[in-house]
Design a protein around this ligand. Structure first.
Ligand code: TYD
Length: 242
């Protein structure tokens, strides 16, 4: 059987790091797994990502934004997620449709029923088996992200000083990765997003597992592994003779 796990959370919750830890755990255990993210994960979806997160588009309509996220998702589901699940693998996805409900629905006030219709159209109704939610107070998350952005700038300036060296540091994320058009929205927006997640969780508690993002990274990673282990019993490992 296949397994589809998504990661959700407000800005700066560290879910990308935790998704990577879980991916490494699965690989080490011999499970066929891929890690992808939204928006992105395919060349077309990455192109949409650049467009939708670009800070220069200050006049982007909420409807346009919603449809762009849905378009990126449709491509990712069709090209990567569904084919891999059909092979019996484990797919980890850093954000998925719940982000649209939380951000465009609760954050921007788009109608949730309409968002569900658009999502159904984009994904063919594909739902995660399990969603890991990393919770963090809004101010704390935004502060974490601001710090990451500032550290990145400093590292980039340092890199310029060391350019003539033969061994350059690994490529760094762009400014857009560190602080994008949506991060710049006001705190009240991010608060609505977090409250929205709480609503989504209480409407479907079976699917969600909630964790405290302020825990130490390793502790959190262990807790997440413990939560998914029961779901792995039906997934075939790569060297399984079954
Ligand atoms: P990213 O830099 O990947 O942020 P994070 O590390 O928090 O995931 O940017 C993705 C942004 O896009 C983030 O602010 C959440 C937002 N988003 C939506 O508003 N709607 C969506 O459907 C998705 C997938 C993301």
């Amino acid at each position: 059987m296949s397994l589809f796990i998504t990661f959700e959370g407000p800005e700066g919750s560290g879910k990308s790091t935790q998704a990577r830890y879980l991916y490494e755990y699965l690989q080490n255990q011999g499970y066929p797994a891929i890690l992808t993210r939204e928006p992105g994960g395919t060349p077309i979806s990455d192109a949409v990502r650049r467009l939708v997160l670009d800070g220069q588009w200050t006049t982007m309509e909420p409807t346009t934004e919603t449809l762009l996220f849905a378009a990126a998702r449709a491509q990712l589901v069709g090209e990567v997620i569904s084919p891999y699940l059909n092979l019996g693998g484990v797919v980890l996805c850093d954000r998925y449709a719940d982000s649209t409900y939380a951000y465009q629905g609760y954050g921007l006030g788009r109608n949730l029923e309409e968002l569900r219709t658009i999502t159904l159209f984009a994904t063919g109704g594909l739902l995660p088996h399990l969603t890991i939610y990393l919770d963090l107070p809004v101010e704390e998350g935004l502060e974490r992200k601001r710090r990451q952005r500032d550290e990145l700038r400093e590292r980039r300036e340092l890199q310029q000083l060391t350019l003539p060296l033969p061994h350059l540091p690994p490529p760094m994320p762009s400014d857009q990765e560190a602080w994008n058009r949506l991060d710049a929205r006001e705190v009240a927006y991010h608060q609505r997003v977090r409250d929205g997640y709480m609503d989504l969780i209480s409407a479907d508690p079976e699917r969600w597992r909630v964790f405290d993002a302020r825990l130490e990274r390793e502790t959190l990673a262990d807790q997440i592994v413990a939560a998914i282990v029961p779901f792995l019993s039906d997934v075939r490992r790569l060297n399984d003779e079954r």
